[in-house]
Design a protein around this ligand. Structure first.
Ligand code: FES
Ligand SMILES: [Fe+2]
Length: 350
């Protein structure tokens, strides 16, 4: 079974999904999580199990208690604030020895910026200190241009590995507008370098057989691709003042299911907004193509869980597992994470 990495920030929701005064249930790392936004506009995340008799708090409603935003459990009305503290037990009478505020439901630190909401998943379920800073993806945008997501029937490892696999592109994503079969396969020789909790393919001109980049951004376009644990990959396409940014976030829901959310931003190209009716279905189709391949892969993995990874196309997959092991080891040994990767040049035909 895939081990979930803890003491890390995970993508949980988009800002747009969290309506003021609203809340919903999402499964993250095998835990039910209530994602909510108070009437005060602040996002919060609670373990979605009432400590009293286990009813999901997300089935309740938000009410104000002593000037605070609280979630009221639908079963017996216990109320919890965003920090997880129980603020009210309505059934209590004078002389009963319970102090509501000594009862807590797990609350997850939340970081909201650039239209996305991350939650911090500590290994210690009782963690209540200040979390480490949220990852810096280098985002310079207020809100996404658009977002697409899909739940893959794959564990986080297979989802990550499938995402970064360079050799599937001409086979799985060979639509005419992206890279028609006539584009052929070309020798790719790419430089990689270690980055914070991951690695990068530093800024370089995009492959000559990726047509869409040149159509949209002109000849002087460059791209940079970065991966960071536990499951963030972003690609920045730049040309002059134009900046196009795709952030892909992978969040395990369970050991066998992973949510992929692709958040796309841009600046310096206002006309791209007009292309949304084309870009959104295109992005969705990309995710679906990968999702369908994952489903096919599952029909094989059911009989044989092992795979045969080859160089250089599966080197990034190996790096991912190496980083994962180092993260887990650094946690277990109570020391700082040391990126074990070295700069490298990888070659393949695609
Ligand atoms: S189960 Fe939530 S208040 Fe009783
Ligand atoms: Fe893909």
């Amino acid at each position: 079974m895939t081990e979930f990495l803890k003491d890390l920030w995970y993508f949980a929701a988009t800002s747009a999904e969290l309506k003021r005064g609203g809340m919903f249930r999402r499964e993250i790392l095998g835990e039910p999580v209530l994602m909510g936004r108070g009437a005060d506009g602040r996002a919060f995340a609670l373990r979605d199990i009432c400590p009293h008799r286990a009813v999901p708090l997300s089935a309740g409603r938000q009410v104000e208690t002593d000037g605070r935003v609280t979630v009221e459990c639908p079963y017996h009305g216990w109320r919890f604030s965003g920090d997880g503290v129980c603020r009210l037990i309505p059934s209590l009478v004078e002389g009963q020895p319970y102090e509501a505020d000594r009862i807590r439901v797990r609350s997850f630190p939340v970081h909201e910026a650039h239209g996305i909401v991350l939650i911090y998943f500590s290994a210690d379920a009782r963690f209540s200190g200040a979390p480490p800073p949220a990852p810096d993806f280098g985002l310079t945008f207020d809100t996404p241009g658009f977002v697409v997501d899909r739940v893959f029937e794959a564990n986080i490892d297979n989802a990550v590995v499938g995402l970064m696999d360079p050799a599937h592109v001409p086979f799985v994503h060979s639509q005419w507008w992206w890279r028609p079969p006539s584009a052929g396969r070309k020798l790719k020789e790419k430089r990689f370098e270690p980055r914070e909790k991951g690695w990068a393919m530093p800024r370089h001109p995009p492959p000559s057989n990726s047509l869409a980049y040149r159509w949209v951004f002109g000849p002087d376009v460059t791209t940079e691709i970065v991966f960071m644990l536990p499951g963030f990959r972003w690609e920045v396409v730049e040309s002059g003042a134009k900046r196009f940014f795709t952030l892909t976030c992978l969040t395990p829901e369970t050991a066998e299911r992973t949510r992929i959310t692709q958040v796309t931003y841009w600046s310096g190209a206002p006309w791209l907004a007009l292309l949304k009716p084309v870009l959104i279905p295109a992005a969705r189709e990309f995710l679906d193509q990968d999702g369908r391949m994952v489903d096919l892969q599952n029909t094989g993995l059911k009989y044989q869980p092992s795979m045969l990874w080859i160089d250089d196309i599966d080197v990034q997959a190996k790096w991912y597992l190496k980083l994962k092991r180092e993260w887990a080891a650094s946690r277990a040994e109570g020391r700082a994470f040391v990126n074990p990767l070295e700069p490298a040049v990888l070659k393949w035909m695609s």
